[in-house]
Design a binder for this molecule. Structure first.
Ligand SMILES: Nc1ncnc2c1ncn2[C@@H]1O[C@H](COP(=O)(O)OP(=O)(O)OP(=O)(O)O)[C@@H](O)[C@H]1O
Ligand SMILES: [Mg+2]
Length: 304
């Protein structure tokens, strides 16, 4: 597998805190969720990968480039959405993204085209000439995403892009993150303190705990390991009909609030996701979402 990010024994000692503790990680292409509680070391890892913070010991490469020797080359190829506000309030999103594109070497006309494209992509086509100081939090987060894409990077590091957003805006932002990964073909590392939020958009999940690697695996393995899936369907009698059909297919189902909770036995050897999709299609029922039961997925922390 092509390595996008590789660390070996990576340690960051801030003196009073060991923010990264002997971290060895291999991250391949696609969308990777980096999950951990507050203070777990997510932002520190991202800053080390960008060459913004020197590690105390150990090594790391990004796109095959060394974080100490090749920091400038890494920053030329990697987009970054910082966790804190980084937007000049008096500047419009358009001017800001054009400026960043030109700083990275694009001629003015190309930088303008690129800025218009990424701002349209994040849904800021209308507001792009307004000063960013007047933006809502949701618009600011989208402008931050746009600036990370300004120079056509190969990898983007997104530090809590959903921070401060209401549930609907969170869903929108996660949809954008997913499209960045899929449409533009970039690799993405995206952080959150909520595992349940990233499992929907990530191919792989890495969990940090006090600067140490707690777990790294395919998102699908998490779902398998934690068992219960929650399914939301819409339509006339959708929940009842879906429940009966899945039970008939050998998957026991319980109603939980407006959702169906499934505990597929692994020995069935079924691809439960496919079964759910096919069943919904056959019944003409609208499938809103399939997600792992968050309470169970929190147990990943408890187990370890
Ligand atoms: N510049 C610094 N100087 C001293 N300690 C720091 C510094 N930056 C981070 N830390 C400490 O390192 C640890 C990891 O911080 P970090 O910001 O990487 O965590 P995080 O996972 O991003 O947390 P959050 O979810 O709150 O953003 C924390 O204990 C933090 O207080
Ligand atoms: Mg952080």
């Amino acid at each position: 597998m092509e390595q996008v990010i590789r660390t070996r024994g990576l340690t960051k000692d801030y003196g009073s805190v060991l923010a990264l503790d002997d971290l060895s990680l291999d991250i391949g292409p696609g969308i990777t969720g980096l999950v951990g509680a507050n203070g777990a070391g997510k932002s520190t890892l991202i800053k080390v990968l960008l060459g913004l913070v020197p590690p105390s010991s150990g090594e790391a490469t990004v796109l095959g480039l060394d974080v100490i020797r090749d920091a400038a080359a890494i920053r030329a190829r990697v987009g970054y959405l910082p966790e804190h506000d980084c937007l000049p309030p008096d500047v419009s999103a358009s001017d800001f993204v054009v400026h960043l594109g030109m700083m990275s070497g694009l001629p003015r006309v190309a930088a303008r085209e690129r800025a218009a494209e990424v701002l349209r992509h994040v849904g800021l086509a209308e507001e792009r000439y307004r000063p960013m100081g007047g933006y809502s939090t949701g618009m600011k987060q989208r402008a931050k995403l746009a600036q990370a894409l300004a120079h056509d990077p190969r990898l983007v590091l997104l530090d809590e892009p959903t921070n401060g957003l209401d549930p609907a805006a969170r869903d929108d932002m996660l949809g954008l993150v997913q499209r960045v990964g899929q449409d533009f073909g970039f690799s993405v590392l995206v952080t959150s303190h909520l595992l349940g939020e990233l499992e929907r958009v990530s191919d792989n999940v890495v969990i940090l705990d006090s600067g140490r690697l707690l777990r790294a695996s395919q998102t699908r393995d998490f779902l398998d390991a934690t068992g219960t899936l929650l399914v939301e369907v819409i339509g006339a009698d959708a929940q009842t009909r879906m429940g009966h059909a899945l039970a008939a297919a050998g998957v026991p189902v319980q109603a939980r609030g407006g959702l169906l909770a499934l505990d597929p036995a692994p020995e069935l050897g079924l691809d439960v996701h496919d079964l759910i999709r096919d069943t919904a299609f056959d019944l003409g029922v609208g499938l809103v979402r399939i997600q792992a039961d968050h309470r169970r997925i929190e147990d990943v922390f408890a187990d370890a």
